[in-house]
Design a binder for this molecule. Structure first.
Ligand SMILES: Cc1cc2nc3c(=O)[nH]c(=O)nc-3n(C[C@H](O)[C@H](O)[C@H](O)COP(=O)(O)OP(=O)(O)OC[C@H]3O[C@@H](n4cnc5c(N)ncnc54)[C@H](O)[C@@H]3O)c2cc1C
Ligand code: FES
Length: 253
């Protein structure tokens, strides 16, 4: 993990309220695993906390982060121009370990699709990905080509404006066949991950499932405990350092 002063190479809106920023790092940070994240400075001293964003794509020393405009921090980041400098701490967290899985279901909702896109980019050879990505409506849909590059893609929208009418978990369940997958990976809002956990239990789907959690963060490196989550064994875990990826049964959602 390194803290670097990166240069903005591109910063554009790719869907309604969703931006992609490409940063050129001044030096290599070594291998980045899909599911790891970066802590990006807002570039303004009145915002002391960096913002955690999943690493969405890697190309040499360029990294792409995608972000939804939310509060003041992400709006400030959207104002950055080509050539501006931003401090960034990366790579953080554990990322997805796919092991020897060959047939992988990918279930992503909202901003949760961004780290999943990096997993597909990292493992584009030798594995089959069956992706289910959900958006509120067609104006929010993005990165579909990146997911298609990994295999089969099903887009779901809450309003039915494109693709499957429903959410990503419902789209996955509608297609599900026993024996089709040896791993499920997922990232999305807590409500989506809870729905996935109950559906797997109710349908008796016994496939290993890894989920990436989103928690409010402070330091991003395991020191402040702001990001603590409850594990099923009663202990706490730090989402930034022990996660953000956990087995679905390991954590309380
Ligand atoms: C591991 C991880 C990966 C993430 N990846 C992405 C991503 O790829 N794209 C994306 O759009 N968003 C992602 N998020 C959420 C993103 O960090 C928040 O949307 C962002 O920090 C909001 O900042 P803000 O200043 O605009 O909003 P504000 O609400 O003004 O933020 C105030 C403070 O709360 C924190 N905060 C607010 N919402 C969240 C949240 N959901 N998670 C964590 N901290 C939050 C901010 O970092 C900031 O310190 C991720 C969060 C985590 C924990
Ligand atoms: S954000 Fe500080 S310990 Fe996780």
């Amino acid at each position: 993990m390194k803290e670097l002063l990166a240069t903005v190479k591109q910063n554009i809106e790719i869907a309604k309220g969703i931006w992609a920023i490409t940063l050129t790092l001044p030096e290599s940070v070594g291998k980045i695993r899909g599911g790891q994240f970066a802590n990006l400075s807002v570039g303004d001293s009145s915002f002391p906390l960096k913002r955690p964003l999943g690493i969405c794509g890697v190309n040499g020393d360029d990294i792409m982060l995608c972000y939804q405009l939310k509060g003041d921090g992400t709006h400030r980041i959207a104002e950055k121009k080509v050539g501006d400098k931003l401090s960034v701490l990366l790579p953080l967290g554990n990322g997805f370990d796919l092991g020897s899985a060959e047939n992988i279901a990918v279930i992503g909702g909202g901003v949760g699709i961004f780290p999943l896109a990096a997993v597909i980019q990292e493992h584009s050879a030798g594995r089959n990905f069956y992706s289910y990505i959900g958006f509120r409506g067609k104006e929010y849909a993005c990165l579909t080509e990146e997911f298609k590059a990994g295999g089969k893609l099903t887009v779901a929208t809450d309003d039915g404006s494109i693709g499957y009418h429903g959410n990503a978990v419902q789209a996955f369940l509608a297609d599900y066949k026993d024996g089709a997958y040896d791993l499920i990976i997922s990232c999305g809002p807590p409500v989506m991950l809870r729905a996935l956990k109950s559906a797997l239990k109710e349908r008796g789907i016994n496939v290993k499932c890894l989920v990436s959690l989103e928690e409010r963060m402070g330091c991003g490196i395991g020191a402040c405990l702001v990001c603590a989550c409850k594990k099923s064994d009663g202990h706490n875990a730090r989402v930034c350092k022990d996660g953000p990826v956990f087995e679905i049964g390991e954590v309380e959602l």
